[in-house]
Design a protein around this ligand. Sequence first.
Ligand code: NDP
Length: 262
Amino acid sequence: MSSGFSISFAKKCIVVTGGNRGIGYALSRAVAQAGANVAIIYRSSKDAPEVAEKLSKEFNVKSKAYKCDVSDTDLVNKTLKQIDEELGPISGLIANAGVSVPKPALDLTHDDFKTVFDVNVFGVFNTARAVAKLWLERKQQGSIVITSSMSSQIINKSAEATPLAQVFYNASKAAVSNLTKGLAAEWSSQGIRVNAVSPGYVNTDQTSHMEKKIRDFQARSLPLGRFAEPHEITGQALLLLSDHASYMTGGEYFVDGGHLIW
Ligand code: NDP
């Protein structure tokens, strides 16, 4: 029996930052599968154009990769306008690009701080503002989904009960979860919804650097007993992008295998 619940983004255009690999790629693929034209924003991966082309062919949608550092305001504004003209009008943004600098606190530098906060906080703000500007100018409604992290709430520990070295990363995710509320508050009355999806551990390049001992300990500690695969994060993001979430804004939704239970 059909539940009658389905999500379609046919004739829509969704922008995914960091959409060429990891969680971002799973998100790009999921929105393409739901019928959207997909603009993939990436920083330096050479195969990003091929990734976009593959999605176009697989799902018969328009998909293109745009090389753009999300922390560069002029470039972000220019790129979002270009996407709007080529694949748009843009109807949704997934601000997903993120970086981490895993070092003990005593070794961290001001440059490390800038590396993390320029992408994870300012980069999210930059892309969200560029899209909102386009929408506000033409009185268009839209939905922005930000990839935050369970790290906005907690500090992860190793098997020896010492904290994992992620001080700036954790702080940046706490900041971006609060930024989500601030932007939602500013733009909700104009029909722009802003929400965050906060994954737990996901098998991507970002977690591949973890020592096996730490990975195994973390996985064993989780109520669901394993890390997520990237596609398991997509359902919540698609829901928030869609009109099914028309009464949801300013929220942070955890997809963390139960991590925050204990
Ligand atoms: P990956 O390290 O696999 O991919 C990072 C992506 O971000 C790449 O596409 C990269 O582009 C892009 N990117 C990085 N910096 C910039 C920049 N300055 N401008 C444009 N694009 C940039 O990350 P994940 O898939 O693991 O993570 C995606 C998001 O999910 C991040 O925000 C991360 O913090 C968050 N997250 C991840 C978790 C995990 O366990 N993996 C858990 C919780 C949250 P390029 O390929 O060109 O370098």
